[in-house]
Ligand binder design. Structure first.
Ligand SMILES: Nc1ncnc2c1ncn2[C@@H]1O[C@H](COP(=O)(O)OP(=O)(O)OP(=O)(O)O)[C@@H](O)[C@H]1O
Ligand SMILES: [Mg+2]
Length: 264
């Protein structure tokens, strides 16, 4: 059964989409079966996967609002070797249309029920808001991966996000875990970044990934070529960092499996 990981932070521009696309591609490169769900009407993860958001026959809107079967919505050809549920401006309407619907928080969870078994990992790229789309992602997910920039106000934003996650776990998803906290656009020469990074480790311990994503212009350039960075500049520090993150997530998952399968 695939693991569903929501990539979320209500703060804009912290590297959610860059992480979603490049982590999905890195996992796919390790021969895992991967699905990426773009839940952001901006459709950046869709375009960054080499898929034209204006040309897709269906998007997350059809999956969530019209309850079209997953098989009719999934795009199987992407530049990153994973499958994709696309997003475009239609998905904005999904937010509004879901407001008056029964069990509206569970639409994505239900839509993935059968699809889950076909994948090893399902990543969800969330919009920069704690709205009904993000709630759907968190209700469907096993865990949340939080990308963050090590800036002055980052810890406050993180506290707000953790509060929301705690509230959601009591209402829509009691099993939701924190997958990990990822430091993005990191510049080790910046003293403030180092301070915030230290505070993060003090607060969240080993929830903070060892893998750190450096500021790397290749990561910013790759989307304009419609490709994950590893197929644009394989040797770049950005490509290597996301491969390292994928490795770390796999090792953590292995450890847990070993632990739970050991007889008491
Ligand atoms: N490690 C990095 N180094 C350099 N540029 C980066 C890095 N990560 C992301 N960027 C750039 O920063 C911008 C914001 O990144 P991204 O779109 O991934 O953030 P986001 O959290 O998904 O944004 P939004 O909240 O709007 O969805 C983009 O232009 C992206 O190319
Ligand atoms: Mg984004």
């Amino acid at each position: 059964m695939g693991k569903v990981i929501a990539i979320a932070n209500q703060k804009g521009g912290v590297g959610k989409t860059t992480t979603a696309v490049n982590l999905a591609a890195s996992m796919a490169a390790t021969k895992r079966k991967v699905l990426l769900i773009d839940l952001d009407p901006q459709g950046n993860a869709t375009m960054g996967s080499g898929v034209d958001k204006y040309a897709v026959p269906a998007s997350a809107y059809e999956l969530l609002v019209e309850e079209k079967p997953f098989a009719e919505v999934v795009v199987k050809e992407t530049a990153g070797g994973y499958h994709l549920v696309a997003a475009n401006s239609d998905v904005t309407a999904a937010e509004v249309r879901l407001l008056n619907v029964f069990a509206r928080e569970l639409r994505l969870r239900n839509a993935l029920k059968d699809a889950r078994q076909h994948y090893d990992f399902i990543f969800i790229d969330c919009p920069p808001a704690l709205n009904m789309l993000t709630v759907n992602a968190m209700a469907a997910a096993d865990s949340v991966l939080v990308p963050m920039q090590c800036e002055y106000y980052a810890l406050e934003g993180l506290t707000a996000l953790m509060d929301t996650i705690n509230q959601l776990t009591s209402v829509v998803n009691a099993d939701l875990k924190i997958e990990g906290i990822l430091r993005t656009m990191y510049d080790p020469r910046n003293r403030l970044a180092n301070d915030v990074s230290e505070q993060l480790k003090q607060h969240f311990g080993d929830k903070v990934y060892r893998a750190v994503i450096p500021r790397n212009v290749r990561l910013a350039e790759a989307p304009s070529f419609g490709t994950p960075v590893m197929y644009y500049d394989k040797g770049s520090t950005g490509a290597k960092a996301y491969l390292a993150l994928a490795g770390e997530i796999l090792r953590r998952a292995d450890k847990k499996t070993v632990k739970t399968s050991t007889p008491a």
